[in-house]
Design a protein around this ligand. Structure first.
Ligand code: ADP
Ligand code: MG
Length: 236
């Protein structure tokens, strides 16, 4: 892992839920990279994979033994009669200091409520296309109205993912977010390194020429936001 410095961590636990109803926007990429970064800081890190497709579990399986360890939990792997194992595993994972939670694209309201209760921070990745931005805005609108969210309104932020050139396309989304006082915390570029890292069970910065200073700065911004003390969001 690259030895560039990362922000100080908050003393208390953080569970970071990565969500968006849209598939392919980078939920798994963001989850695995955040887990790798936290693990590189020698923090007890867990990765919870709520997606039955199991992409982040596969990533963890491919992860080399010499890499900083990450504890993995895939709750969907356990059937109802194995619920004791499941709750035991979940409890273990939720004792970790940093818990990064990956979710599937299609969310049912009841699943969503359960996952929201598990979260201290919510991160929503959005791709730079008109369709994705529209879907992202709708998702955020629904989330803010969700009764589970309203009963426990934890901080949420949006990150742009797979950005190639300028971020002009995000201007509409930015205006929408400003009106809701939701921060647009970081922009991640479209890099081949993410695809390679996904295959080898690494974080981008664990690869030899994985990421540069610009990409690092984006992760620093995101982690800083995650680690900041909670400021209660006023919901109108
Ligand atoms: N910033 C990025 N640069 C390049 N490829 C990316 C980036 N983010 C995601 N991808 C690729 O896009 C595809 C979908 O990303 P993924 O993280 O699996 O999305 P989701 O979990 O939301 O469905 C994967 O093949 C992944 O490797
Ligand atoms: Mg995924």
């Amino acid at each position: 892992m690259n030895r560039r410095s990362l922000p100080e961590l908050a003393p208390e636990q953080r569970r970071i839920l990565v969500v968006n109803a849209k598939g392919g926007c980078g939920k798994t990429t963001l989850t695995t990279n955040l887990a790798a970064l936290y693990a590189s800081m020698e923090v007890d890190t867990a990765l919870v994979d709520h997606d039955p497709q199991g992409s982040s579990s596969q990533w963890l399986k491919a992860r080399g033994e010499s890499r900083p360890p990450i504890q993995g939990v895939a709750p969907w792997k356990h059937t109802a009669d194995a619920s004791t194992t499941r709750s035991f595993q979940m409890r273990l994972a939720f004792e970790a200091r940093r818990v990064v939670i990956d979710t599937p694209a299609a969310l049912s309201a009841s699943d969503f409520g359960r996952w929201l209760r598990e979260a201290d921070r919510i991160v929503i990745p959005v791709l730079p296309s008109a369709i994705d931005i529209k879907a992202g805005a709708r998702f955020i609108g629904d989330l803010l109205l969700d009764r589970h969210y309203r009963s426990k309104p934890v901080p949420l932020a949006v990150v742009a993912n797979r950005v190639r050139r300028n971020t002009l396309v995000f201007q509409k989304l930015e205006r929408f977010l400003i009106s809701l006082r939701i921060p647009f915390v970081a922009t991640f570029r479209d890099l081949q390194g993410y695809v390679r890292a996904a295959e080898s069970g690494d974080g981008l910065f664990e690869l030899a020429r994985g990421g540069d200073d610009q990409e690092w700065a984006s992760f620093v911004r995101l982690i800083r936001w995650i680690e900041a003390p909670t400021s209660p969001r006023v919901i109108g």
